[in-house]
Ligand binder design. Structure first.
Ligand SMILES: NC(=O)c1ccc[n+]([C@@H]2O[C@H](COP(=O)([O-])OP(=O)(O)OC[C@H]3O[C@@H](n4cnc5c(N)ncnc54)[C@H](O)[C@@H]3O)[C@@H](O)[C@H]2O)c1
Length: 246
């Protein structure tokens, strides 16, 4: 898909990887709806896009709520007259499975996994209805491809996204909607800092370094532009750059 003159929704666009994705899309002529629960962060992303001459609006959205997601997609159509790209990117880290917060792991499943399905479902339905095809990119993680002893629920949510995405490969032939996922290793964002804290040096050494959010955004651009990718699982690593898991 050529990105120029398309319209996208980026969830979690108020920080980190989502912000870099929104900026990268806007730089290529895409109009972006930045969706987040963090209004200040989302507006900061919009301001930086506008300052660079791009097009963007902020829409407050809690991805756990179907109505919020549907309204955010409707906002793309309302503002820009089209809807081509859905980045289901919002996610949380930090878990303590055997700690006292009984609701913590369920909250993580709701945001990292259930909301990706819901975002794909609502976006896919709208793209089908509009008849012009589209691209959905789900932000998974390398933690979905290899076990994470320190974050088993996080890893499971990301593995679920990968299997869900792969299972939707046939949608491209059926209605022109390509669903792909991207799996970065550790990336320099507030999520990484919050989760890994003092272990960050050790983790950096394990994976060969920390990605910049822009490295992940470059992967998103490839997945949107490459019309052959459907049900594809892209890895983004410091050591290997971008490649695809089988
Ligand atoms: N940082 C890493 O090391 C890393 C590595 C692999 C994958 N990821 C994934 O990348 C994605 C983005 O993470 P990040 O590192 O940029 O983190 P981040 O904390 O910088 O950004 C996450 C954004 O999601 C938003 N968000 C959280 N809950 C939300 C909700 N219910 N509704 C709407 N927005 C919500 C936050 O407000 C924030 O702006 C996540 O899915 C994460 O799992 C991150």
């Amino acid at each position: 898909m050529q990105i120029q003159d398309t319209a996208a929704v980026v969830t979690g666009g108020g920080s980190g990887i989502g912000r870099a994705m929104a900026v990268a899309l806007a730089e290529r002529g895409c109009s972006v709806v930045v969706a987040d629960i963090d209004t200040a962060g989302g507006q900061a992303t919009v301001e930086s896009i506008l300052a660079a001459g791009g097009r963007a609006v902020f829409h407050r959205c809690d991805v756990r709520h179907t109505e919020d997601v549907a309204n955010t997609i409707a906002a793309a159509v309302e503002h820009y007259g089209r809807f081509d790209i859905m980045c289901n990117n919002a996610g949380v880290g930090g878990e303590d499975l055997f700690g006292d917060d009984d609701a913590g792991w369920k909250r993580m499943v709701d945001i990292n996994f259930t909301a990706m399905i819901e975002g794909t479902r609502i976006a896919g339905r709208e793209m089908r209805r509009r008849g012009g095809g589209g691209v959905v990119v789900n932000t998974a993680s390398m933690g979905g491809l290899v076990p994470m002893a320190e974050a088993p629920v996080y890893a499971a949510t990301k593995a679920g996204i990968i299997h869900f995405t792969r299972s939707l490969a046939g949608l491209a032939a059926e209605c022109g909607v390509r669903v792909n996922a991207i799996c970065p290793t550790y990336t320099a964002t507030p999520l990484f800092t919050d989760v890994e804290g003092e272990r960050s040096e050790e983790l950096k050494a394990q994976v060969g370094g920390i990605l910049a959010p822009e490295d992940v955004a470059a992967g998103l651009i490839e997945l949107v532009e490459d019309d052959t990718r459907a049900g594809a699982i892209m890895r983004v690593t410091v050591r290997g750059g971008r490649d695809y898991a089988r």
